[in-house]
Design a protein around this ligand. Sequence first.
Ligand SMILES: Nc1ncnc2c1ncn2[C@@H]1O[C@H](COP(=O)(O)OP(=O)(O)OP(=O)(O)O)[C@@H](O)[C@H]1O
Ligand SMILES: [Mg+2]
Length: 287
Amino acid sequence: MVILSIVGTKGGIGKTTLTANLGALAADMGLRVLLVDADIQGSLSKFYPLGKPAQDGLTSVVLSGRVAESAITTTVWDRLDIIVCDAPRRKFSGIETTDLEQFIQGRIDAPMILRKALRSPLIEDHYDLVFVDTPGAQGPLLYTAALAAHRLISPIMPETPSAREFRTGTIELLVKLEEAQALGITPGPLTAVLNRVGHTNDARQITQEIRDSYLQMKGLVTVADTLIPASVAYNEAATAQLPVHRLKRRADRGVSPFDTMHRLVWELIPSLQGVYAGGFAEEGVEA
Ligand SMILES: Nc1ncnc2c1ncn2[C@@H]1O[C@H](COP(=O)(O)OP(=O)(O)OP(=O)(O)O)[C@@H](O)[C@H]1O
Ligand SMILES: [Mg+2]
């Protein structure tokens, strides 16, 4: 079982979109996948249609320090389950999700809460991959979600201010996470994924600059070879509550999201190399 947390210290860079699409594609490739919505905005919880709502969600996991079966909701997709961000509509032991950051902060074992809960026999036995979506701002919830992971993935948009912010923000985050070494926790390596890359020269140049600058951060960060182009398909798929690879297989122009997402999954999870999402033809997706 491998846990991947999708992190970033900036909002709106595509964390939730990437989490949802990577998770659903890996599930479609045959792996048993658990999504965890560790962002109190709850965007990932609303991304796909769900099965019967579970009794609990993230709040119970954080408060009890363990994942009970009652915290896992199925989605309409095979092999894809989710721990939803359950409150503000619900309370667990009188704590609302909006109080989660404060609750975590008050705990001595704060950095280990999600790590301990997710690296447990129930999850090991039932899932091959866990994808954790995180908040776009530094805080106890982001730290505990990041430290739960074997590997970190961070989307980055290639506009200059965003790229600069990514660099500063990511270094800050990685330095912060390194503090956990004192507790015997080594943070997982981070892979940056260029997201919403335009077709202009400018985007290409910035992409190159980011790659070059990360060569100097060897060991800390790698930049994935696969770029995610800017495409309305990501938004259309989200609106249709579909994984983007199921929206349509062929692109009108450029590389299709179907191909992009396959390449990215193959790069991030080498054991899936060459595996395609099954059943898209039967599911009525254009071939
Ligand atoms: N490759 C892409 N091309 C075009 N639009 C994209 C792409 N990836 C994501 N988007 C769009 O960008 C917007 C923000 O994405 P998303 O919600 O995933 O970001 P986020 O980092 O999770 O934001 P937040 O910090 O608020 O949680 C969404 O409307 C999404 O559809
Ligand atoms: Mg999000």
